[in-house]
Design a protein around this ligand. Structure first.
Ligand code: GZL
Length: 334
């Protein structure tokens, strides 16, 4: 077919234009693909996670849940262990901002001192999700949501069980308390809930209360001091299983029988704690689930997609007596 010069020129122009439009389109798609999925160009959603540390069995189970769920979701996970130091978490969050991750999630080791770095994340248009522990920032726009437990309720359930157990006691019931990390939401709120639950019973007295920093070593060292300073201790309330497990060593070394001479109440319900409960060394545990990974990844997807999510998501948890621990142990996931 004979094509005139003008028609030929028009065809060539059309061909060149189409090719350049196609190339631009692909590049735009490629850029938006990289741009949408964080600055790493991996093509995946990039999640920056700052973890408190590795202080307890609960924390280990929580870390495993997050890593496994991120892998299952096909996310690129940038994971940082802050060794229980707030300055390390702030550094990690700033690194995530520089790396242009898609979403930042973290468990704040303490409640205060986060506004500046969270404002930096907000200015960088990187959404933040709080997991496990919360912050006391007045500005609720600094994070998208909190997912975790109701720590006040955990303390309240612990206190209510003790009130019921000691209702026929006539004399004073001396309680010692191993607090979690000073300034952390679980330590503040569990203490608050427990104190409120026993307040109406003047014979229930907290005669000593000190932090064991959620670790076994801390629980053992502080319990040794409690035992030296207080000849009559009837109850130990430990803010987590690990401090209770550390205290067991001190109690036994002092020639006392845990679970009998001293009633022991803890929080978490990790496997070692549940074993101590089933063995009669602990008397009651209020559960605090570390298995937040799958829910967190679902929230990351929704936040990345710009969907609206609830501002607070609480995990469902129970409590365990010695008999219930024996029944539950074989199927415990953590
Ligand atoms: C509670 C969590 C606490 C656990 C401890 O959600 O932050 O920190 O109770 C852990 O075992 O160390």
């Amino acid at each position: 077919m004979h094509t005139t010069g003008t028609a030929m020129t028009r065809r060539r122009i059309f061909a060149v234009l189409s090719a350049s439009l196609l190339a631009t389109g692909l590049a735009a798609c490629g850029n938006s693909d990289t741009g949408d999925k964080g600055g790493t160009g991996s093509g995946k959603i990039v999640l920056g996670f700052s973890q408190v540390g590795a202080e307890s069995g609960w924390r280990t189970a929580n870390t495993n849940s997050i890593k496994e769920a991120a892998a299952a979701a096909g996310f690129e996970l940038k994971f940082d262990d802050a060794q229980q130091k707030q300055e390390n978490q702030i550094k990690a969050i700033r690194n995530f901002i520089q790396q242009k991750v898609d979403v930042i999630a973290f468990s704040p080791v303490v409640e205060s001192g986060w506004d500046t770095v969270l404002k930096e994340a907000k200015d960088a248009k990187i959404p933040v999700i709080l997991t496990d522990r919360s912050v006391d920032s007045a500005d609720k726009t600094l994070y998208k949501t909190f997912i975790g437990s109701d720590f006040v309720k955990e303390g309240k359930l612990s206190g209510e069980w003790l009130v019921e157990k000691t209702k026929s006691a006539t004399g004073p019931v001396n309680i010692v308390e191993l607090q979690g990390t000073t300034g952390s939401a679980p330590a503040n709120d569990r203490k608050k809930g427990f104190a409120a639950a026993i307040a109406a019973n003047p014979n229930l007295k907290v005669i000593a209360s000190q932090t064991g920093d959620f670790t076994r070593a801390g629980g053992k060292a502080v319990m040794e001091q409690f035992l030296k300073a207080n000849p009559k201790i009837d109850v130990l309330f430990a803010h987590n299983d690990d401090m209770g497990l550390g205290a067991l060593e001190a109690i036994t070394a002092a020639g006392k029988v845990p679970g009998k001479d001293i009633t022991i109440i803890t929080i978490d319900a990790v496997k070692d704690g549940m074993q101590a409960l089933a063995d009669g060394k602990f008397n009651f545990i209020a559960e605090c689930s570390p298995l937040l990974g799958p829910q967190l990844m679902d929230l990351v997807k929704k936040v990345k997609a710009g969907e609206t999510i609830p501002t607070r998501i609480e995990t469902q948890e129970g409590t365990f007596t010695q008999e219930q621990a024996k029944a539950a142990l074989p199927t415990r996931k953590y």
